[in-house]
Design a protein around this ligand. Structure first.
Ligand SMILES: O=C(O)CCC(=O)C(=O)O
Ligand SMILES: [Fe+2]
Length: 378
């Protein structure tokens, strides 16, 4: 009986995770799209979309743009060093190893013009002589992503029967104070011995802090895994109790992981903590991580682009039930960045994170029997 129930639940989860939601003909189909998005956002918190309207050539160009940054010499990248409070700039492999306890992850992120918590944050752009046109091209792509995010938020607002425009106006770029982040992730290839040992993650288990995230994955470069089932944000950020929490999750989400492989022409979407807070936990900000290649996987580099859609800095994040204390988007973003950066100098934290990582190799993960994405790309 229990087994039957579990597998029925797993099947429902996989149906949501792997059947892309089609956003095409949005205005005419909005009711249906809203219903599908609500099912995904309240259950797995993760899904794919197709029919989103961003041309593949623009996505390819955005990958190439990020690649041109990562190919710069370290001295040029160093000038764009990470500013935690605004979550923008470059984080090197070694900096991320110190912050996250994981290896083989390099990051670069940018944001729109506007007020920043830290004035240095406007200096994270590469020099014009190094990469001409980098800034306008990045921001043009960011705006395309923002438009897709806003469409989904509008549909979810409708499905949740929230006053029309209440969430959408928080995403209004015209107000000039939106802290949304466009980020490029690069995960270099792994040496074969480390892959065989399976002892490392490329990106540790975490939940995103934003409203909604768009993740662009490239077919043939898998690794993203998700653990649906978190019912509350009470555990807040990872780090309070790291024992056993590093490869897994410190909450009631259980420690069951589903692959969230790239799907041709699709964007992977997830709910972040802002959306979970402001709906008093109705929408789910789900833990996810990126594992190192399994022995039969593509063992080369993996690159992704993440667009973190944030509410405007002055938006107050609190749901109607007031389940969480009211906090401005700017303060939430800054606290996340600061907490993360502080780990770099916290020896106790590092010790626990490294030990958890090495004592819990990913090949012991419980979802071994869960099939890889069964829905073919179309
Ligand atoms: O690279 C990925 O697939 C996931 C990236 C991610 O989770 C993040 O940047 O927050
Ligand atoms: Fe993430």
């Amino acid at each position: 009986m229990t087994i039957t129930q579990e597998s029925a639940q797993a099947q429902r989860t996989k149906a949501v995770l792997y059947k892309p939601i089609d956003l095409s003909d949005f205005e005419r189909r909005k009711d249906q799209i809203a219903t599908e998005l609500l099912t995904a956002a309240t259950s797995t918190g993760f899904w794919h979309i197709v029919g989103h309207g961003i041309p593949q050539e623009d996505i390819d160009a955005a990958f190439a743009l990020g690649g041109s940054f990562f190919d710069l010499p370290a001295s040029a990248k160093q000038a764009t060093r990470f500013i935690p409070r605004d979550y923008v700039g470059w984080r090197s492999l070694s900096e991320l190893e110190a912050m996250s306890g994981t290896r083989n992850w390099e990051w670069y992120s940018v944001a729109y013009d506007g007020p920043k918590t830290d004035p240095r944050a406007d200096s994270v752009w590469p020099a014009e002589k190094d990469l001409p046109g980098f800034k306008p091209r990045s921001l043009a792509f960011a705006r395309q992503c923002h438009e897709v995010a806003t469409r989904m938020v509008s549909a979810l607002e409708q499905a949740l029967k929230v006053e029309q425009g209440y969430f959408v106006k928080m995403l209004d770029l015209q107000q000039g104070n939106n802290p949304s982040i466009l980020a490029w992730n690069t995960y270099p290839p792994k040496p074969a011995t480390a892959i065989a040992q399976g002892k490392e993650f490329r990106l540790h288990a975490h939940a995103d802090t934003d409203f909604l995230t768009l993740v662009f994955q490239r077919p043939g470069e898998p690794g993203l895994e998700v653990s649906p089932g978190r019912s509350t944000l009470a555990d807040e950020r990872l780090g309070k109790d790291l024992t056993g929490a590093w490869n897994g999750v410190p909450s009631d989400a259980g420690n069951v992981w589903y692959p969230m492989d790239p799907v041709e022409n699709a964007i992977t979407i997830n709910i972040g903590d802002v959306f979970m807070r402001i709906t008093d936990d109705i929408l789910k900000s789900t833990y996810h991580r990126v594992r190192t290649p399994a022995p039969n996987d593509h063992e080369g580099e993996r690159r992704t682009i993440a667009y973190f859609a944030w509410p405007n800095r002055d938006a107050i994040i609190q749901g109607p039930q007031k389940k969480y204390a009211a906090i401005s988007a700017a303060d939430l973003l800054a606290s996340e960045g600061n907490a993360y950066a502080a780990r770099k100098d916290d020896e106790t934290w590092k010790e626990v994170a490294y030990r958890a990582q090495h004592e819990n190799p990913y090949h012991t993960r419980k979802h071994e029997s869960v099939a890889r994405s069964p829905i073919p790309a179309n």
